[in-house]
Design a protein around this ligand. Structure first.
Ligand code: AMP
Ligand code: MG
Length: 350
């Protein structure tokens, strides 16, 4: 299969291009498209066969459910059992935007989308091309990130092609995704709202609007043997570059000392070492192949850079990556959640 890549530079004058992609979606095909979080791989959420093509292209385990993307609130009412007051308020505040809300599902959602669960995650993306694609296709679009399962999520069209070239019929190239990490996944299906995956809408922001919001234990900790995950995604390895990642966190001065020492030790063993750290830390680093995550004081900048940097290390063919842990406040929690998983929870606490 040849993957047709269409750069979307001016949505208004290129409506016909988006309509071509929308026709593919409506006819049961998959299309990769930009959102403000990461690139998505979309299919008609009401069509089981179409949704199966997503799992096939990604190599995604069939029990890991997909998020459904809508462009209008009225679509939400059809996809879920009912929309409670808190959900309504959150949608009014944060949609369109990087917040996925999980509620009990209705019967029209394809079984494959929810992987047999009785709940469905829905969000309204803010990227104009994504919104136009959904409205032109006339159906809600189920879309996970457009990477091969287990790899870092794509934040540029080039990343999508690295993983999907020849596996999907079309990719809309909308440039760089400006959030850079996937949406926050918030479950409102239980008694207390709980974050299953942190993202661009932070726990601090959610608490300001609806009060109590819990952060699930497994956001920063691996599942115990035999533990059933509340969100199936929690049990899979994720976001991993090819080289093994070690995440280092704790006292900042110790961290700098340890990174230098460990990088030196690995270099002495003849290894190519990748250092993934903030601007501030890199100033004191004199070993390895160094890539910047951005300004330590700006968690949204760190979020924006993370996945692209992990992919860059693949091209640099490093043997090991040492990654700097950052504060788990604001978007920092989402960054640390992704880094811990990229490291397979190989974390050194200083
Ligand atoms: P991705 O589509 O790659 O961004 O991953 C979607 C994430 O949302 C995965 O971690 C899923 O496990 C999670 N998710 C989607 N739908 C549900 C649901 N109904 N209940 C719990 N988690 C969900
Ligand atoms: Mg994903």
């Amino acid at each position: 299969m040849r993957t047709k890549v269409i750069p979307i530079v001016d949505l208004k004058s290129q409506l016909h291009d988006v309509q071509e992609a929308a026709r593919l979606i409506a006819s049961g095909e998959v299309v990769a498209f930009p959102t403000e979080t990461v690139y998505g791989l979309g299919a008609n959420a009401l069509d089981s066969k179409a949704v199966n093509k997503i799992f096939e292209a990604k190599g995604r385990p069939g029990d890991n459910p997909l998020i459904v993307h809508i462009n209008h609130i009225s679509q939400w009412d059809e996809l879920v059992d009912s929309v409670p007051e808190k959900a309504r308020i959150l949608a009014e505040t944060f949609w369109p935007g990087p917040l996925t809300i999980i509620l009990k599902k209705s019967s029209i959602v394809a079984e494959e989308v929810t992987a047999g669960l009785d709940t469905v995650g829905v969000r309204m993306p803010s990227h104009p091309t994504a919104l136009k694609l959904i409205s032109e296709s006339g159906v809600p679009i189920a879309a996970p990130s457009a990477n091969r399962s287990g790899r870092p999520s794509p934040t540029t069209a080039k990343h999508v092609l690295e993983d999907m070239d020849g596996r999907i019929p079309m990719l809309l190239d909308g440039g760089v995704c400006n959030v850079g990490l996937e949406s926050t996944v918030l479950s409102l299906a239980g008694v207390t709202p709980v974050i299953l995956r942190p993202g661009g809408i932070t726990v601090e922001m959610l608490r300001q609007v609806i009060g109590q919001v819990d952060v699930h234990n497994n956001v920063m900790k691996p599942l115990q043997d035999g533990q059933k995950p509340l969100s199936p995604g929690m049990k899979y390895s994720h976001y991993a570059p090819i080289a093994p990642v070690t995440l280092i966190r704790g006292d900042y001065l110790k961290l700098i000392g340890f990174m230098n020492q460990e990088a030196g030790r690995l270099e002495d063993e003849g290894k190519r070492v990748g250092i993934l750290a903030t601007d501030q830390t890199l100033r004191s680093c004199n070993h390895g192949i160094r890539l910047s995550l951005g300004d330590r004081e700006k968690p949204s900048e760190l979020a924006f850079n993370l996945f692209a940097r992990l992919r860059e290390f693949n091209h640099l063919e490093v043997d090991a990556i040492l990654a700097e842990g950052i504060d788990e406040k604001e978007e920092g929690l989402a960054v640390m959640n992704r880094m811990a998983r990229a490291a397979g929870f190989h974390i050194i606490d200083l």
